[in-house]
Design a protein around this ligand. Structure first.
Ligand SMILES: *Cc1c(COP(=O)(O)O)cnc(C)c1O
Length: 381
């Protein structure tokens, strides 16, 4: 059977059909060695394994698996999501122009503002989920690189990847998509025309709140920009450990199953909140009335993900009272894990325009009825 025809569930469950060549094990071994020996003729025992900063067998297995799930030709793992985003921008020549979506993951925006200033990159930030803005700004600035996040965090805005790719490519630039909240199960951004897709694998891909990792993937590993990223990772050393790569493979086996359950739960929670008298607004791409639903339906296949936000009616104190009354949701940051989390974003980033009544939920794989019952008792006055 052609490899491309297998479903994500099959590829993931079998870790891409992995069998350990030396032992027959169906699980890869962890090789903790940082260095690899040569024989008396100075030949390497295993060609390609010299030093663990870039030669890491289990890391390569994880990268191969992630590449297949994103329908990519190559993937690179990094020690966390921010290191992978930094690698994308560090590989750009000084003096270029980058166009970046506003109101995305705050860590990205914060780092980029500082980095672009230091590196002499012209940073333009705009609401790129608006297709007219995307088209206009690509024409005006002819950016070398455009960076979007879909669905965005915490506003859940959907950006049309295919439309964005058309606008960016018309002026010779490259499109990079942070698809963390979608995961490769729901959105294969490269199939819609992105040049590079990025995921914080700390989130849904690992999904157990116990590994930091980031991944980049591309269909065009010969592209000079990708080559520069790979060289920078090797030389500057932003690599993942064998243990973390091994845990990631273990987690990826259940990724499609987890994403399916989380999306079902999140859809039910979003619909419940949408009808609740104490809730002002719900931000979730799976709600037909929500802006961007049509775009999300085209590019999120099989569900709308685990992330949703909502505004409680009233004031800051009302939102914090709801947070305090929740029994099942852990009050913690992050998203995409098996356990549900709630976060009052304004407390974390008070100066970025997040409403004081906004609560962000990351919906896990618990019984959906339990989550809804918990929200019901917390929202009851
Ligand atoms: C968490 C996150 C990142 C950063 O990833 P880390 O693994 O925490 O470094 C980037 N983008 C999005 C959308 C995220 O949620």
């Amino acid at each position: 059977m052609a490899k491309q025809s297998l479903s994500a569930a099959t590829i993931a469950a079998q870790a891409g059909g992995y069998i350990d060549a030396a032992s027959g094990g169906v699980v890869p071994p962890i090789q903790p060695s940082t260095t690899f020996a040569r024989d008396r003729n100075y030949a390497l025992h295993a060609s390609g394994n010299i030093y663990a900063r870039d030669d890491n067998d289990v890391g390569r297995v994880a990268e191969g698996l992630l590449a297949r799930l994103d329908n990519a030709q190559a993937a690179l793992l990094f020690p966390n999501g921010m290191a992978s985003i930094a690698a994308v921008f560090r590989a750009l020549p000084t003096g270029g122009c980058v166009l970046v979506q506003t109101q995305i993951y705050w860590g990205t925006t914060k780092w980029l503002r500082d980095f672009c200033t230091r590196r002499g990159l012209n940073l333009q930030e705009a609401e790129l989920s608006d297709p007219a803005q995307m088209q206009q700004l690509c024409a005006d600035y002819k950016p070398d690189l455009v960076f979007i996040e879909t669905p965005s965090n915490p506003w859940l805005r959907s950006t049309d990847i295919a439309h964005a790719a058309g606008c960016v490519h018309a002026h010779g630039g490259r499109l990079v998509v942070d698809a963390t909240a979608a995961t490769p199960v729901l959105t294969r951004a490269l199939d819609f025309g992105a040049d590079i897709v990025m995921h914080s694998a700390t989130k849904g891909i690992n999904g157990h709140s116990d590994v930091l990792a980031g991944v980049l993937a591309t269909k065009d590993p010969e592209a000079p920009h990708w080559q520069a990223i790979a060289t920078d990772r090797h030389d500057a050393g932003a690599v993942i450990s064998s243990f973390d790569a091994w845990l990631l493979i273990r987690s990826i086996r259940t990724l499609p199953l987890r994403v399916e359950r989380m999306s079902q739960n999140a859809q039910a929670v979003a619909e419940y909140l949408d009808d609740h008298p104490s809730v002002e607004t719900v931000f979730y791409p799976g709600l037909p009335s929500f802006a961007g639903h049509d775009v999300a339906r085209r590019q999120m296949l099989g569900g709308f993900g685990s992330l949703l936000s909502f505004c409680v009616k009233g004031e800051r104190a009302d939102a914090l009272r709801v947070v305090g009354k929740l029994d099942l949701f852990h009050r913690a940051t992050s998203l995409g894990g098996v356990e549900s989390l709630v976060e009052h974003r304004h407390t974390i980033e008070p100066h970025t325009g997040i409403p004081e009544t906004l609560l962000r939920l990351s919906i896990g794989i618990e019984g959906g009825e339990d989550l809804i019952a918990d929200l019901a008792q917390a929202l009851a006055c």
